[in-house]
Design a binder for this molecule. Sequence first.
Ligand SMILES: NC(=O)C1=CN([C@@H]2O[C@H](COP(=O)(O)OP(=O)(O)OC[C@H]3O[C@@H](n4cnc5c(N)ncnc54)[C@H](OP(=O)(O)O)[C@@H]3O)[C@@H](O)[C@H]2O)C=CC1
Ligand SMILES: [Cu+2]
Length: 473
Amino acid sequence: MESKSVNLIPLRTDFTEKHNNICIFGSGDFGRSLGYKMLQSGFSVTYGSRNPDAADMLPRGVEVLSHAEAAQKSSVIFLAVHRNHYSFLSELTDVLQGKILVDVSNNLKINQYPESNAEYLAQIVPGAKVVKALNTVSAWSLQSGTLDANRQVFVCSNDSKAKRFVMDIVRSVGLTPQDHGSLLAAREVENYPLQLFPMWRLPLCICAGLTVFVFLYCLLTMVIYAAVNDNKDVSYYIAVSIPNKIFPIVSLMLLALVYIPGVFAAIIQLYRGTKYRRFPNWLDRWMLCRKQLGLVALAYAFLHAIYTLIIPIRYFVSFRRNNNIIEQILTNATRSKFALSSTWRSDTYLALGILGFFFYVLLGITSLPSVSNAVNWREFRFVQSKLGYLTLLLCTGHAMVYGWDRFLLISRYMWFLPPAYTLSLVIPCVVLVLKLILITPCLDKRITKIRQGWERVSKSQKAASLKNGKVTV
Ligand SMILES: NC(=O)C1=CN([C@@H]2O[C@H](COP(=O)(O)OP(=O)(O)OC[C@H]3O[C@@H](n4cnc5c(N)ncnc54)[C@H](OP(=O)(O)O)[C@@H]3O)[C@@H](O)[C@H]2O)C=CC1
Ligand SMILES: [Cu+2]
């Protein structure tokens, strides 16, 4: 509600008469919504259209003229026309001389043309000051006012004055302009709306790959093995039992994958003796998608928690339990005594799971922009690193106590394959052991020094600098 009232008040009042009039070429969806928004914000709007008389769906209170007439009414023209129709502008080069021409266009594919639409426009109308803006805002959100998700407007131009002017207009309609530099950046800006979750692709692919792998592993060792060896049909495991193995196993693997690149980075820096050299590309990409990896891991942990809660109400579980009791009554036998060690084991396993899940959720919450913006850098690092490792430790402990000594029992190896839970322990154990080594005082001190800018000078570098007469410390 508040955002709407802000949108209605012009934030800048020093526009002159001519500046206060905005010209829009094109009376289509975007042109219409933009005009509506401009009117709301206190600007007067003139449309340039091929058929001024036929443009009857435009907001009330606007003027509709031919392109040439409309252009004369304002010093800034928003071009709400698709790129493949820009050719009509070549006849208007005289009237567009010195005008600010705002390119709002998008393409259908990433890097569809050799040059950006804005650069192409600058070639067609060389006398105009071309500014790229507003292409990341949809016509629908402009008109309906649901701009909360995409308030940011990237603006770029070779003319800094024109760029500032357009940024002021953008601000006046309640959006947040972001200076993206020269027109060279237009290509990148035009690609933004076409990208589909770019940071999520790698984490989702890794997650999908691991899910398929663990599913096949469980299918083989649980369902197919039982069918082949014991002639038993346990295919119903596919609905709940196997997913409840996949979710915790993949979740723990993904959580470990969040922390392993940090460990690799520290090892690389220690080996190189400097932080002033780029990491390999694969490591950079991996580091950048850690948050997404963590969130996918959290989603799987959630599913594991829900699947675990429904275990007591499953038919097959209650059937087995009741059958066991009935059998004991009929044979008048007590099969098992209360085992203290098993009680400890199961309680520890559950407690570690609950605590691990709690910190998991806490990590997820602190990665939300609204929360991470409210904490300083040190607090953020504390939560993401220290609490992150604590979560990994608790969850690894949870999986270890769950499995206990099962990995030692040969009867648990189906076709020589270890029990599925052991798969989840490999990466976390590697990460935790490496981290333990890295936090030993001698290595920790060295890494801290490197991260503060210290560099190890190699013998050859020393010799070279001595040769050049330089003194190195
Ligand atoms: N729709 C959206 O949500 C968004 C659109 N954009 C961009 O805004 C621009 C306009 O999109 P949109 O409004 O959806 O498209 P429309 O097809 O709805 O409108 C385009 C307008 O361009 C004009 N036009 C069509 N053909 C020609 C031609 N041969 N010569 C001159 N003018 C012509 C017409 O206006 P008239 O009849 O008055 O001349 C027409 O209404 C595009 O570049 C698009 O990429 C950017 C962000 C979001
Ligand atoms: Cu669990």
